[in-house]
Write a protein that binds this ligand. Structure first.
Ligand SMILES: [Mg+2]
Length: 366
C-alpha cells in the first residue's frame, strides 16, 4: 500500500503474440516484446510504452539499451522531478539519444498528470479531433497474390488508405500488380530506408502509380539525398526514420526533404517534441500522419490522443487491435465508424490498463 504522496516508477518487459507475423525490409516478427512504464503517485497510475525493438534495425535503440537507460539515469531523473512531465522532459534533454526510452517515461508521466487533474490527454495537448482517420500498414507477404488478398480484406473493412512495405525485389512489379487490381486505391509505400542514391531511376519510375507517398526511401538518418530525390520525383516524399526530433523536422522542411511527416512519439523523444513539431507543422501547413510501431493498447491509446492535434490530417497507422494481438493489455480498439477510431474520453489515456495481463507474461520487472 502506497502512502498518499509516495512516488514510484517501474518497468515491465512482457510479450504479446502477434495475430500475423509482420515482415518489413528489416526482417520478420511473430511475437512482440513490449516494454511498459508505470508511474504511480498516491492512488493514481500513469502508463507509457517504449517502442524500441529487440535489435537496432529501425533506429539505434534496443529494448536492452532502453532498460539500461531507464535504470541508470531516466528513472532517477523522473523521481527527482516528482514524476512531473514538464520537469522530466526539460531535464532529460541533456542526455543525448535514448529517445524511445525518454518517450516511454514522458507518456507515463503525462498519463499520470491527466489522471490527477481529471482530464483526457487530448485536452491537455490541445487536440481537436474526436475521431482519428486510420489506415493500415501491410508487411511484405510470401506472394503478390497474398498481398492482393490482404489489401482486399482491409480495404473492405473500411480503412481509409493502404500502405505496403517495399524493399528491393519487392517493389515496382508488386506495385504495378496492385495498381492493376485497385486502380483508385489510396496507396502509400514504405521502404524503411532500403534504397540508396543509386536507385533514383527506379524510385522515379514509381511516379506512374500515383502513390499517396513514398515513405523513407533512403538512408535512415538522411535529409540531403531525400531533398535531391524529392526534386526529381512526383510522388510526395514522407519521412519517418530521418525525423528524430522537432528540430530535425524543421531542418527537413527547410531543406525541402519532405512533403509529409510520419510522426512517432517514441522516435522523436516524447510528448513535448510532438507538441513542438505539431506547432511547426500547423504554422507551415505541413501534413502529418501518426505512425505505428506494433504497440500494445497502451501505446495505441497514447497515439490516438496525439493524433488529435491539428497537423495530423492524414490517416494514421493505427489499426484495430484484432489486427495485431489476440490478448492485449487494454480493452480492444475498434472502429467507431468505418475507417475511424475514437479518441478515448476518460482521464489520462482514457482506457484501463490490465495490470494482471502485463504481469502475467512478464519477462522482467524493474
Ligand atoms: Mg515507416
Amino acid at each position: 500500500m502506497l502512502l498518499q504522496n509516495e512516488k514510484k516508477i517501474e518497468g515491465f518487459l512482457t510479450k504479446l503474440p502477434l495475430v500475423h507475423a509482420f515482415k518489413t525490409s528489416f526482417g520478420k516478427e511473430s511475437e512482440r516484446k513490449i516494454l511498459i512504464v508505470k508511474a504511480t503517485k498516491g492512488e493514481y497510475s500513469g502508463w507509457g510504452e517504449i517502442t524500441a525493438g529487440e535489435l537496432p534495425l529501425y533506429n539505434e535503440e534496443t529494448i536492452s539499451s532502453a532498460i539500461l537507460a531507464l535504470k541508470e539515469f531516466l528513472f532517477p531523473l523522473a523521481l527527482k522531478c516528482g514524476l512531473k512531465p514538464k520537469c522530466f522532459e526539460e531535464q532529460a534533454e541533456r542526455f543525448k539519444g535514448n529517445r524511445m526510452a525518454k518517450a516511454g517515461i514522458s507518456l507515463a508521466l503525462w498519463d499520470l498528470k491527466g489522471k490527477i487533474e481529471g482530464k483526457p490527454l487530448w485536452k491537455l495537448y490541445g487536440g481537436q479531433r474526436k475521431e482519428i482517420p486510420v489506415g493500415v500498414s501491410i508487411g511484405i507477404q510470401r506472394t503478390v497474390d497474398e498481398l492482393v488478398e490482404r489489401i482486399s480484406h482491409f480495404w473492405g473493412e473500411g480503412y481509409l488508405r493502404i500502405k505496403i512495405k517495399i524493399a528491393p525485389e519487392w517493389d515496382r512489379e508488386v506495385i504495378r500488380i496492385i495498381r492493376e487490381n485497385f486502380p483508385h486505391l489510396p496507396l502509400g509505400v514504405d521502404a524503411n530506408s532500403a534504397y540508396n542514391k543509386d536507385d533514383f531511376e527506379l524510385l522515379k519510375s514509381l511516379d506512374e502509380f500515383k502513390l499517396l507517398f513514398l515513405e523513407q526511401p533512403l538512408y535512415n538518418n538522411d535529409l540531403y539525398f531525400h531533398s535531391l530525390l524529392r526534386k526529381k520525383i512526383n510522388n510526395p516524399v514522407a519521412l519517418d526514420e530521418s525525423i528524430t526530433s522537432a528540430r530535425k523536422l524543421e531542418e527537413a522542411y527547410f531543406m525541402g526533404s519532405l512533403s509529409i511527416a510520419n510522426i512517432k512519439v517514441g522516435r522523436i523523444g516524447g510528448v513535448r517534441e510532438v507538441l513542438k513539431a505539431s506547432k511547426f507543422g500547423n504554422d507551415k501547413s505541413l501534413p502529418f500522419f501518426c505512425g505505428g510501431m506494433l504497440e500494445s493498447g497502451v501505446g495505441r491509446a497514447h497515439n490516438l490522443h496525439l493524433a488529435s492535434l491539428p497537423p495530423f490530417v492524414l490517416p494514421a497507422d493505427l489499426s484495430e487491435t484484432k489486427r495485431y494481438f489476440h490478448d492485449d493489455v487494454t480493452p480492444e480498439f475498434t472502429f467507431s465508424s468505418p475507417g475511424y477510431i475514437s479518441v478515448p474520453q476518460g482521464d489520462g489515456i482514457g482506457v484501463e490498463v490490465f495490470e494482471g495481463k502485463v504481469r502475467e507474461k512478464v519477462i522482467l520487472s524493474f
